[in-house]
Design a protein around this ligand. Structure first.
Ligand code: G3P
Length: 217
């Protein structure tokens, strides 16, 4: 399972990278705005800064909504760095754009996916990644994890190579459940990754080992 971090915060990206378990980064316009990164030039520079911190794929989202504009914008994003993955919303023109980039050999991440049917379309269009939003489904009393199971079943039935990128992850149990259900990738904030470290028996066990060692010294 690949671990991506879902943030535009460079300090958090560095911290996850230094932990040694980071496989990539996802961003979106809201995450950029949260870090105060606004204006096209600043946003493009920020993508390059992120690529220079991590080794893996970095999703950069188009803000266009028509096919013509999306392919122009996506081509420009892909030119920025060879780690850039063009992130495209699940809308009709987005499906066409996914096919365009797939045919060109440019990696894509289909975002804002909330149903198995949308995920099937993304795979048919050749998306590299599909991003089902788990937490936002849970927010409206719909089982987000069930969507991961449905997509896994459909992709396995036909051998689709599109990777399931579980997104809108809110806590460590989402990470563990997505791993159990066979998501290829999960993207979350730093706390859901570092939260996997925690267990009180680890802390108390280590304290006892160190105390016992020090008895003999
Ligand atoms: O990057 C997309 C997704 O992970 C957003 O998550 O927390 O805004 O629902 P959230």
């Amino acid at each position: 399972m690949k671990f991506f971090i879902d943030t535009a915060n460079l300090d958090q990206i560095r911290e996850a990278q230094e932990l040694g378990v980071l496989d990539g980064v996802t961003t979106n316009p809201s995450l950029m705005a949260k870090e105060g990164i606004t204006g096209r030039n600043n946003i493009l520079k920020h993508y390059v800064d992120i690529c220079n911190i991590v080794d893996g794929d970095v999703s950069a989202e188009v803000i266009s909504t028509t096919y013509k504009e999306m392919i122009k914008e996506g081509d420009e994003l892909a030119e920025l760095h060879d780690q850039i993955v063009v992130k495209i919303p699940m809308i009709k023109d987005g499906v066409k754009a996914l096919k365009y980039f797939s045919d060109k050999g440019i990696k894509t991440n289909c975002t804002l996916v909330f149903s198995a049917g949308q995920a099937l379309l993304a795979a048919k269009a050749g998306a590299t990644y599909v991003s089902p939003f788990i937490g936002r489904l849970d927010d409206i009393s719909t089982d987000g994890l069930n969507l991961i199971s449905e997509i896994r079943l459909i992709y396995d039935n036909y051998g689709f190579e599109t990777q399931i990128l579980a997104a809108s992850i809110r806590h460590t149990m989402h990470v563990i459940d997505c791993a159990k259900l066979g998501a290829d990738v999960m993207t979350s904030g730093l706390s859901s990754i570092t939260g996997l470290l925690n267990h009180p028996l680890t802390d108390s066990g280590l304290a006892k080992f160190l105390a016992d060692y020090n008895k003999g010294n």
